[in-house]
Design a protein. Sequence first.
Length: 331
Amino acid sequence: IKTIVLNNRPEGKPTLSNFEFISEEKDLNINDGEILLEAAYVSVDPYLRGRMSDAKSYVPPFELNKPVQSGVVAKVIASKNDTFTEGEYVSGMLDWKTKQVSTGEGLLKVDSSKAPLSTYLGILGMTGLTAYLGLTQIGKPVAGETIVVSGAAGAVGSVVGQIAKLLGLNVVGIAGTDEKIELLKNKFGFDAGINYNTSKDIAADIKKAAPNGVDIYFDNVGGPISDAVLFNINRFARIIICGAISVYNSTETPKSISVQPFLVKNSALMQGFIVSNYAEKFPEAMKQLATWLAEDKLTYSETIVEGFDNIPKAFIDLFEGKNKGKMIVKI
Ligand code: NDP
């Protein structure tokens, strides 16, 4: 059995030395009510960076020398629990371990005959729900409006853009490479894309791509990219603060943003959210995402990294933009 624990807390960008691998030769026994799980796919997500710090947040920090946890799809390889049968697959928050014992609490059964198992960590999992619920609940999109999405070629952003398109919006994406911009336009149906690494003036490029102004901004990254979008907002714009990956590794005290006057004069709404705020809407949202996927109205990209030992590197690579769509490790 292999386990990955948090060895020490990252300062700035996470490194491999923040993690430790533990290998044990032992058989895991299960008691009545328990199941034995074998990890199949492990999700790595930018928000895990927050749990690696000991700062107060909406979920407790990871404890040092304890396994890191994230979304995992696992196979039931033995069961003494009436709800689960050997051979079934489940998804839920589980330890970074090749095998583990669970009571089944908090686990959902997933069906590989309906969709590939990895999708339950992406478009049919937490990131798909985040895209759909953030956009619909806070963005309140109206056909004909213009939305800008940052982190647009990632797991959340690529789904936000496609849903916005389905709802009749003009969609502009911001991402870090030309290859990703091509993907936005050719695979995900965005109307325009801006490469923030090569743009000489992001605010001017947004103005060009969104000549009628920005009604909705779905923000995954924060920082200067977001300032450039906010310079272009319309009256009654909605700004969905989903994430701020550009500052997750910052060691400086956060600076005040200077775009507040744009919010005031446009009567704009800026709201942060955590997807679990909308837990009661998960079944309905999941049904909608699965329907669109089955109807080929939604598509997705995944960057699948192979091997349990590569989990920490895959996580670190999120901060280098190495992924297109959802970053997942196949065990
Ligand atoms: P992504 O698949 O979008 O992966 C991260 C991407 O962020 C990279 O591919 C990279 O793309 C981009 N990125 C990395 N560093 C920077 C930087 N310095 N500046 C700009 N972009 C950068 O991850 P997710 O879709 O899983 O998550 C997207 C965001 O949503 C994150 O901020 C995450 O924390 C947040 N989130 C929030 C949730 C909530 O409940 N509020 C739930 C899930 C996610 P590129 O090449 O374009 O730079």
